[in-house]
Design a protein around this ligand. Structure first.
Ligand SMILES: Cc1ncc(COP(=O)(O)O)c(C=O)c1O
Length: 418
C-alpha cells in the first residue's frame, strides 16, 4: 500500500505519543473512580485536578470554572440549554421568552440545539448572516441584541472554511451591554472554540467570554473528552440528571484517562503553538497559491487572511465534492468535503451557502486541513494527485454535459414552455 497522506485534521487529529503515555496508567493500575474517597479514587481525582489546573492556566480561568464533558458537542449543548434552564429557574423570568443570537454557519450541534429550543417554544433565536469572506460582523451582533437577549453564541473559527471571527470585539460589545443592564447578568457570551485552541488566543479575559467550548480530539488528545469554561457567577443549570460531579453542573463519572490526556494535549499546544503556526501558515499559503494557479476554475472559500493556519477550502467548478473525496482517497489522500450525499440528493454545505456560494461551487468543495506533522513533500504529492483527480472528474462531467445538451437540442425545438 502506498504511503497515505492525512489532510483532515479539522475532523480529528492523531493522539500524540506523549498524550497516550500520560493516559495509559489511568486505564490500568490507576483505574479508580475520581469520586471515590479511598486511595484508588483519590489517585484519579488528583490527576483530574492537575488537568483542571493546566486547562485553567491555558484559558486564564480558575480551576473551578472548568467543567469536563465528553467533547464539544456536549459542551455546546450544556452552554445553550444550561443557560436557558437556569433562566427559567427564576420565576419572574417565566413570562418572557428568552432570545438567543447565533450565526448561520455554526456547527450543527449549536444550530440544532437552538432550533429545538425554538420548536419547543421556549426560546426565540436570531441567526446572523455571514458575509462572502466567511466572517460575522460585530456590528450585526450589536444591532441584534434586544431586551430579552440572554445569550450570544458565535464560533471562534469555522470548522469548514477556517475563517476567524472577531470574538474579542464581540466580547467587548456584549460586556458593555451586560454592565449597562439592571442585574448585570445578561446577555452571556459563548464561543465554540473547538477549532481555535491550537492556534488562537483563548485567554477568556482577553476575548471577554462567559462560556467557551473545546474538544480534546482536535488538539492531539483522545476522542470523547472536552471541556466547557463557565465564568464564575454565570447562571447555568445541568442538563443531564445524575450525580453531583463537576460542582453539580455535569453529572456522570469522570473520564479520568481522557481528562489526563486532555491536560497533556493542552501542555503540548502551549509548547508547540508558536512554531506550529509559523510552519503551517507557510505550508498553507504555498498550497493555496499552487492550487489556485495550477488548477483552472478554482476558488478559495473564505478570507485568505483571516483564516486558521491549517485550513484551505477550495471549490473546483464542474466537479462534485464526494467524488473528489473518494478519488483522492483511492490515491491515498484523506480530505473532507462540505457536500454530502443524503437521501439520493446532494446537499451542499450550509456553511458554503451561508457565505453566498452558488450551488455549483458549493457542490465541488474540498476542505484540506494540515496538522503538526504535515510536510512540504506531502503537500507537493497532494497537489499532483489533486490535479489528476480534478482533470479526470471534469472530463467525465464534460462528457455527460455534452451528451445532455445534444439530447436537449431536439427537445428544445418541440418545447414551447420557455
Ligand atoms: C466547531 C466544532 N464544534 C463542535 C464540534 C463537535 O466536537 P466533538 O466531536 O468533540 O463533539 C466540532 C467537531 O467536528 C467542531 O469542529
Amino acid at each position: 500500500m502506498p504511503k497515505r497522506i492525512y489532510l483532515d485534521h479539522a475532523a480529528t487529529t492523531p493522539v500524540d505519543p506523549e498524550v497516550l503515555e500520560a493516559m495509559l496508567p489511568y486505564f490500568s493500575e490507576k483505574f479508580g473512580n475520581a469520586s471515590s474517597l479511598h486511595s484508588f479514587g483519590q489517585e484519579a481525582a488528583e490527576a483530574v485536578g492537575e488537568s483542571r489546573k493546566i486547562l485553567a492556566g491555558f484559558f486564564n480561568a480558575a480551576p473551578e470554572e472548568i467543567i469536563f464533558t465528553s467533547g464539544a458537542t456536549e459542551s455546546n449543548n450544556l452552554a445553550i440549554k444550561g443557560v436557558i434552564r437556569a433562566y427559567f429557574r427564576d420565576e419572574s423570568n417565566k413570562v418572557r421568552k428568552p432570545h438567543i443570537i447565533t450565526t448561520q454557519f455554526e456547527h450543527s450541534c449549536i444550530l440544532k440545539a437552538c432550533q429545538n429550543l425554538e420548536k419547543e417554544g421556549i426560546a426565540e433565536v436570531t441567526y446572523l448572516p455571514v458575509y462572502s469572506d466567511g466572517i460575522v460582523k460585530a456590528k450585526d451582533v450589536k444591532e441584534a441584541i434586544k431586551e430579552n437577549t440572554i445569550l450570544v453564541s458565535v464560533m471562534y473559527v469555522n470548522n469548514e472554511i477556517g475563517t476567524v471571527q472577531p470574538i474579542a470585539e464581540i466580547g467587548k460589545i456584549i460586556n458593555e451591554k451586560k454592565n449597562a443592564s439592571k442585574d448585570k447578568a445578561y446577555p452571556l457570551f459563548h464561543t465554540d472554540a473547538t477549532q481555535a485552541v491550537n492556534y488562537f488566543d483563548c485567554n477568556v479575559g482577553n476575548i471577554g467570554v462567559d462560556l467557551l467550548s473545546m474538544s480534546a480530539h482536535k488538539i492531539y488528545g483522545p476522542k470523547g473528552v472536552g471541556a466547557l469554561y463557565v465564568k464564575k457567577g454565570t447562571r447555568i443549570k445541568q442538563v443531564q440528571d445524575g450525580g453531583e460531579q463537576e460542582s453539580g453542573k455535569r453529572a456522570g463519572t469522570l473520564n479520568s484517562p481522557g481528562i489526563v490526556g486532555l491536560g497533556q494535549a493542552i501542555r503540548l499546544v502551549e509548547k508547540n503553538q508558536k512554531k506550529d503556526i509559523k510552519r503551517m501558515e507557510l505550508l498553507r499559503d504555498y498550497m493555496i497559491e499552487r492550487v489556485t494557479k495550477e488548477i483552472p476554475k478554482t476558488r478559495l472559500n473564505g478570507s485568505a487572511e483571516k483564516r486558521s493556519p491549517n485550513n484551505a477550502n477550495f471549490s473546483f467548478r464542474d466537479t462534485e465534492g464526494e467524488s473528489l473525496l473518494l478519488y483522492l482517497d483511492m490515491e491515498g489522500v484523506a480530505c473532507s468535503t462540505g457536500s454530502a450525499c443524503s437521501s439520493g440528493s446532494l446537499d451542499p454545505s450550509h456553511v458554503l451557502l451561508a457565505i453566498g456560494l452558488k450551488h455549483e461551487d458549493a457542490h465541488g468543495s474540498l476542505r484540506v486541513t494540515l496538522g503538526r506533522h504535515t510536510t512540504k513533500r506531502e503537500i507537493e504529492m497532494f497537489i499532483e494527485k489533486l490535479k489528476k483527480v480534478v482533470g479526470k472528474l471534469r472530463k467525465v462531467s464534460g462528457d455527460i454535459l455534452e451528451e445532455y445538451y445534444d439530447n436537449k437540442k431536439g427537445e428544445a425545438d418541440s418545447c414551447a414552455c420557455h
